[in-house]
Design a binder for this molecule. Structure first.
Ligand code: PLP
Length: 452
């Protein structure tokens, strides 16, 4: 077979791709019919495909390229580490400098006493760790029956058996017989779609109190933890009412339930602060991280534990770990990413300069006849497509079709914006400039006009 390179004709690449490559969350039949777009290069916030077309990536890949594309320093950090020590594990009484340095850096950056990290290769793996970890924690404390984990419908926590069980996405549960035992889901705090006549504040409290009702139903002695994304990302960038998280925190504290904040998307500057917990005022016992930790340049994730939980886990011989837990190359890349985010004040600037400008511009889309609401927190945002914006009506009958059409128009007009049902979502690299924000919003408006 000839060498397969960027220089091959697109149609040939697409045919090989459809023949041999199975894509996540994609219908193979559709792929074979239409062909995938072949992305060949990227720089800053701009992607280039095999035909030479440029697109503004308003999704930062999959919510992860916080630093933007094309930073040589990360490639150099990976090359240096590969030459020096490409792999060693951290099992069985060994360690290495990149894992020591990254865990120390994370202890410095994360809020309160989340000083202890258990590394994984991805967000899914980290959430799998969390399931075993919280159950083992309570067993070690003499309460082995405290095993139930409460999550939310329409939450996304990953694709492995455990993490997809934590997630609340029905189509994912349908594939493979999920959820696993002792995971229960309460309703999500989606006021726009489900709030009815309630004010956002009332609705936030009502949704949070479903947690208390569930704990009372199962018995606090059986409930190990609650897990939630500070802001649901893959569920459509659902920003909860302000009353929601303080009430969740109160309930977890009162009933002695561990609180897990899944910061896989909201971490590392996405909400305008280093962590979503700081933006939303949450004090978790455990935090899941991945994506922005390395800005997607290398696969790495982890669970950050507060001191008390870590102490209990350190005192037991937790039979858990991955070959790539604390992979030295991924750790070196993540460290370099964090150095740049910090030294170039990219997170600070995202909160103080980029987010306010993006909000001003994003909200101008509110006057479009197809837009029911715009929502934004830091650099993650969404807009609801609606047949009648004045009533918060949804395209109920063909849920998702309008979003899909809009996404296709974005794609054809040089903008990568994703749709979740009839919500369009954005999560651009934190380094996006004001001029690029203008372009993003202009292209989004054009796609909305064409969707009409
Ligand atoms: N948790 C959240 C909140 C996510 O958004 C994701 C991925 O999108 C995950 C976990 C899973 O991470 P990964 O895809 O790295 O396994």
């Amino acid at each position: 077979m000839n060498m397969i390179t960027n220089h091959m004709p697109t149609a040939e690449l697409q045919a090989l791709d459809a023949a041999h490559h199975m894509h996540p969350f994609t219908s193979g039949t559709e792929l074979a019919a239409k062909g995938a777009r072949v992305i060949t290069r990227a720089s800053g916030v701009t992607l280039t495909d095999s035909e030479g077309n440029e697109m503004l990536d308003a999704m930062a890949g999959l919510w992860c390229v916080n630093l933007g594309y094309g930073r040589d320093e990360l490639a150099e950090a990976a090359a240096r580490q590969m030459k020096e020590l490409p792999y060693y594990n951290t099992f069985f009484q060994t360690t290495h400098v990149p894992a020591i340095a990254l865990s120390s850096k994370l202890a410095e950056l994360t809020p309160h006493d989340l000083n202890n990290v258990f590394f994984a290769g991805s967000g899914s793996e980290a959430n799998d760790t969390n399931i075993r970890l919280v159950r083992t924690y309570w067993a070690e404390k003499g309460q082995p029956e405290k095993k139930i984990i409460i999550s939310r419908k329409n939450a996304y926590h990953g694709s492995s058996v455990g993490s997809a069980s934590l997630g609340g996405m029905q189509p994912m549960h349908a594939h493979g017989g999920l959820p696993i035992e002792d995971i229960h889901h309460i309703d999500e705090p989606n006021w726009y779609a489900q709030g009815g006549d309630m004010s956002p504040a009332e609705f936030g409290l009502e949704r949070a109190r479903q947690l208390e009702a569930a704990i009372e139903e199962y018995g606090a002695h059986r409930v190990a933890a609650f897990i939630g994304e500070p802001i649901q990302g893959a569920g459509g960038v659902i920003i909860p009412p302000e009353t929601y998280w303080p009430e969740i925190q109160r309930i977890c504290d009162k009933h002695n339930i561990l609180l897990i904040a899944d910061e896989v998307i909201t971490g590392f500057g996405r909400t305008g602060k280093w962590f979503g917990c700081e933006t939303l005022g949450i004090r978790p016992h455990i935090m899941t991280i991945a994506k922005g930790l390395s800005s997607g340049y290398a696969p790495i994730g982890g669970s950050l534990l507060c001191d008390e939980v870590a102490q209990v886990m350190n005192d037991c011989d937790f039979a858990h770990g991955y070959t790539y837990s604390g992979h030295p190359v991924a750790c070196a890349v993540a460290l370099e990413n964090l150095r740049i985010l910090q030294e170039e004040k990219i997170v600070d600037r995202a909160g103080s300069e980029v987010a306010p400008y993006l909000k001003e511009k994003w909200d101008t889309l509110n006057d479009h006849p197809l837009v029911g609401e715009t929502a934004l927190c830091g650099l993650m945002g969404s807009l609801a497509l609606s047949p009648d914006p004045s009533s918060r009506a949804m395209f109920a009958a063909d849920k998702g079709t309008a979003g899909l059409i809009c996404r296709e128009h974005c794609f054809a007009n040089g903008l990568v914006m994703r749709h979740v049902g009839d919500r369009m979502v954005i999560s651009p690299p934190l380094v996006i400039t004001h001029a690029e924000i203008d372009t993003l919003v202009e292209r989004a408006r054009k796609a909305l006009d064409l969707t009409h």
